[in-house]
Ligand binder design. Structure first.
Ligand code: FES
Length: 147
């Protein structure tokens, strides 16, 4: 049911932890499943994400997607990090079962929330970044239909 990459990132998650005095921290959750993800970004003066760590209290797919998301944004510019969508994370993991798609959305929103925090701290506006929801459950239109 899960790809080898998902299992690998679930069993050996990369970049777990916190960054002290992070440039941006974002926490998002999903009220439906109760899972929570926190993302820390260390962004240098040139706008490059030097480091990224995460803490996830959630399911295996949430752990795997946050792990992959940190790998994908590391070394990227802010604009490039915005391209790391949940689809990009899923592709990098060779896919997720449909019922687990929302877990990858959590990873995308966690990155956005951390970038939003960074922008607010620095009094800047990041083009293309919209204010993230703290509860991604609200945005899950596809899944709503199952109920
Ligand atoms: Fe909700 Fe995975 S079951 S994040």
């Amino acid at each position: 049911m899960y790809s080898e990459k998902v299992m690998d990132h679930f069993q050996h998650p990369r970049n777990v932890g916190e960054i002290e005095n992070a440039s941006g921290v974002g926490t998002v959750g999903n009220a439906k499943c109760g899972d929570i993800m926190r993302m820390y970004l260390d962004i240098n003066d040139n706008g490059i994400i030097q480091d990224c760590k995460f803490k996830t209290f959630g399911c295996g797919a949430a752990v795997a997607t946050s792990s992959m998301a940190t790998e994908l944004v590391k070394g990227k510019t802010i604009q490039e990090a915005l391209q790391v969508t949940n689809k990009a994370v899923m592709e990098a993991l060779d896919g997720l079962p449909p019922v687990k798609v929302h877990c990858s959305l959590l990873a995308e929103e966690a990155i956005h929330a951390a970038l939003w925090d960074y922008a607010e701290k620095h009094g800047i506006k990041i083009e293309g970044l919209v204010k993230p929801k703290s509860d991604i459950h609200e945005g899950e239109e596809e899944e709503e239909e199952e109920y």
